[in-house]
Write a protein that binds this ligand. Structure first.
Ligand code: SF4
Length: 377
């Protein structure tokens, strides 16, 4: 039997070559200069930006500190350029066993001004790459929008962000009313998609006590699960919350260090997350501590970590085969000395070009559905 990891790597080359033949020189040059063509994927996959900036100015948002504006303009690449940029990225693996794609991390992808671009990107990713796509939104998506989305990608994983029913006017002053977003969940669900409530960020002392009401309502509207997500603060975020009259004492006491300037510091919400996820299970909502798990779930898979938290539906991961990993490393021209599990995380110890070792760990991660890290020795 052919080595599936090497097949994925060969497919990467084929996909890139094919896309290259569809673009002219100027288009190719612009795509290769774009950050989608070289930045490293995150733990939850590759974030794809359909716009630059966001005018919704949620108080807890960190995009301003990352240098993005509080206005929005459509992302400059056309859909073919975007998929070519991704296929050219040294860390990206195309295909349904490839890198997860997430839209909506640093912008709102369904604001009117970028909606067409977003749908165009989704269509192109589904058509030319075939990767599992997930988006997150706070917008109202009509029945027509949902049909278009489904036509663009039948299996897409929708996350609808609603973090409060009580404080939205102060926390998210320019975003649609949460009940309107519940209707988005309803429209997605009625169209046969699997909407997941995106309860992120959970902010201690501010929106962490209304989870029963929020989750129950989302379930009534047709949500299939909930991603319970953490909170990172900067100096600016804390000061915006305080100026809006929120008590930040419970946030501050859960910080490991004092935020300075634009640096993001994580708020420890492990206990709150656990409590909210337990409640979700008790009312029949599938709980996820990470967004990538919801992407896997929607696409009919489960990973090692999902099993641990009680998600047993979906195709099961297969055990990583050491011989396959070594052969794939030879194909890439790097050396692998050993692989070892630490809990549920696999570490590949190797030597050679780090970017290639990283690509190897990504192929292993997505093929076997196991969190994998590359370590140089
Ligand atoms: S919608 Fe998202 S990107 Fe826009 S301001 Fe709110 S949190 Fe930030």
């Amino acid at each position: 039997m052919a080595n599936p990891l090497i097949e994925l790597l060969k497919n990467k080359e084929r996909v890139r070559d094919r896309l290259e033949s569809l673009l002219n020189e100027n288009e190719k040059e612009a795509a290769l200069k774009d950050r989608h063509s070289y930045r490293k994927p995150l733990l939850c996959g590759m974030t794809v930006h359909t716009g630059i900036g966001c005018p919704l100015k949620c108080l807890y948002c960190y995009i301003g500190d990352m240098g993005f504006p509080w206005t929005i303009k459509p992302y400059p690449l056309n859909p073919l350029q975007l998929v070519y940029a991704l296929a050219s990225n040294p860390y990206f693996i195309p295909g349904d066993r490839g890198t997860f794609i997430a839209l909506g991390s640093v912008t709102e992808p369904f604001l009117e001004i970028v909606k067409e671009k977003t749908i165009g990107y989704i269509e192109a990713i589904a058509k030319y790459l075939g990767n599992p796509i997930q988006f997150s939104t706070k917008m109202y998506l009509s029945k027509e929008d949902v049909i278009r989305l489904k036509e663009a990608d039948q299996g897409i994983s929708p996350l609808v962000t609603i973090v409060t029913l009580k404080h939205y006017k102060r926390l998210e002053p320019y975003a649609p009313n949460p009940l309107r977003r519940m209707e988005t969940i309803e429209n997605l669900s009625k169209a046969g998609l699997k909407p997941i409530l995106f309860y992120r960020p959970v902010i201690p002392g501010i929106n962490d006590r209304e989870y029963r009401e929020l989750l129950s309502l989302a379930r009534e509207y047709g949500a299939k699960g909930v991603v319970v997500g953490g909170f990172r603060v900067t100096e600016n975020i804390l000061s915006r919350l305080e100026k809006a009259g929120f008590n930040t004492t419970y946030v501050i006491e859960r910080l490991s260090s004092k935020p300075k300037g634009r640096r993001q510091v994580s708020v420890n919400i492990g206990d709150l997350k656990k409590r909210i996820m337990e409640y979700a299970l008790s009312i029949g909502l599938t709980p996820f501590p990470l967004a990538c798990m919801a992407n896997l779930y929607t696409h009919g898979w489960r990973c090692v970590l999902m099993e641990e938290i009680g998600v047993h539906n979906g195709r099961k991961y297969s055990k990583p085969e050491y011989n396959h990993i070594v052969e794939a490393s030879e194909y890439l021209g790097v050396e692998v000395f050993k692989t070892r599990f630490y809990g549920n995380k696999l570490v590949i110890y190797g030597r050679g070009d780090y970017s290639k070792l990283f690509l190897l760990s990504e192929v292993v991660k997505y093929y076997y559905r196991v969190c994998t890290k590359a370590k140089m020795v």
